[in-house]
Design a protein around this ligand. Structure first.
Ligand code: NAP
Ligand code: ZN
Ligand code: ZN
Length: 349
């Protein structure tokens, strides 16, 4: 079935309206008519081939909220009309150690990405959410709580779960002093989720004008990271930091803010590596640096349910799909409050 989508045809050209063919509905499949799709910085990295793995044509988008419009004969979990979400994964091997323990994001065969992955039925590319519809195996579809505004739910499917997963995995708890680096899509969700968990949040930003927003979102302290005196005032004050920056930067000033046994978790994936940090403070204060990849389907559902209970959604700026290139340009300048979301019904194809 052919549908409209925003298509990247190569790394140098703007996304344009085009059509793509979805796979035929399989027994386990859910067809979702997309209402909203968030614009993740990963979409920009991929559209521009900044990670050197993009295959064109490519349809970005992995923060999908929509309405089920058809189900395969074997689908039991969802019905036509349900409001559901799809994030960064649409399949995995289901047999390896990590799939069996419900951590598909670390599938040893590599999970099937929502876009730019290989569809196991067609052998062709998977197509993302900058489109009218998507067809996804029911095991990779999550339920959206009924009480939340749907446009603000879309960014939870990647930005939300990507910060939720390490907060949970590393047992961040009420009273912990948590730093968040970068107030973008991921960072603003980290501020909201960590503060809802009861952590005392410090936001590090390169944009002093975001301070007021950061406090409104839940930060207790805002630190301008380019101001050495403000950074020095944070010395050994934090238990845990989540770094959400999309560009290479010096990690040492952040390591300096960690207490003994502290941990810096990197979730940003810049196109160039960060310079190696200074190991000495890591040794003398037993510091850790970790990475973390999105989150599992279980964690995604757990995070959505938590957001339903706490009334948490992303702060979004709505656009029609035709405005995607100006949204990308603003995102590159850190000028997003705090996630662009494409309104599919308002999009002129
Ligand atoms: P975003 O909305 O563009 O936010 C990035 C923020 O980083 C900016 O708002 C800015 O915040 C800060 N920043 C500081 N210096 C910067 C610079 N030189 N260039 C750009 N930003 C700078 O991006 P996002 O969608 O949150 O994604 C952040 C990163 O996470 C991306 O690399 C993305 O690919 C990656 N990601 C990883 C995973 C994963 O599984 N680990 C999942 C999703 C996304 P301030 O203005 O506050 O400084
Ligand atoms: Zn993403
Ligand atoms: Zn697997």
């Amino acid at each position: 079935m052919k549908i409209n989508a925003l298509v990247a045809v190569d790394a140098a050209k703007p996304l344009t309206s085009g059509d793509i063919t979805l796979r035929p509905l399989q027994n386990q499949d859910v067809k979702i008519d997309i209402l909203y799709c968030g614009v993740c910085h990963s979409d920009l990295h991929m559209a521009r081939n900044e990670w050197a793995v993009s295959r064109y044509p490519l349809v970005p988008g992995h923060e999908i909220v929509g309405r089920v419009s058809a189900t395969g004969t074997g689908v039991s979990a969802f019905q036509v009309g349900d409001i559901v979400g799809v994030g960064v994964m649409v399949d995995s091997c289901r047999e390896c150690h990590f799939c069996k323990q419900h951590e598909e994001q670390y599938c040893e065969a590599g999970f099937t990405a929502t876009y730019n992955g290989i569809d196991k039925y067609t052998g062709e590319s998977t197509w993302g959410g900058y489109a009218e519809s998507v067809i996804v195996d029911q095991d990779f579809v999550v339920s959206v709580p009924h009480n939340l505004p749907l446009a603000g739910v879309a960014p939870l499917l990647c930005a939300g779960v990507t910060v939720w997963s390490p907060l949970r995995h590393f047992n961040v708890k009420a009273g912990d002093a948590v730093g968040v680096v970068g107030l973008g899509g991921l960072g603003h969700m980290a501020v909201k989720l960590a503060s809802a968990m009861g952590a005392e949040v410090t936001l590090f930003t390169t944009s002093p004008e975001k301070g007021e927003d950061a406090r409104r979102l839940g930060a207790k302290r805002v630190v301008v990271s380019r101001d050495a005196a403000q950074m020095a005032a944070c010395h050994t004050s934090l238990d845990f930091i989540i770094d959400c920056v999309a560009a290479p930067h010096d990690l040492d000033p952040y390591l300096a803010t960690l207490k003994t046994n502290g941990r810096l978790v990197l979730v940003g994936i810049p196109d160039q590596p960060h310079a190696s940090p200074n190991i000495t403070p890591m040794v003398f204060r037993r510091l850790s640096i970790s990475g973390s990849s999105i989150g599992s389907i279980r964690e995604t559902q757990e995070m959505l349910d938590f957001c339903g209970q706490h009334g948490i959604t992303a702060d979004v700026e709505m656009i029609g799909g035709e405005a995607i290139e100006s949204a990308f340009a603003r995102m590159l300048k850190g000028d997003v409050k705090y996630r662009f979301v494409i309104d599919m019904q308002a999009t002129r194809w």
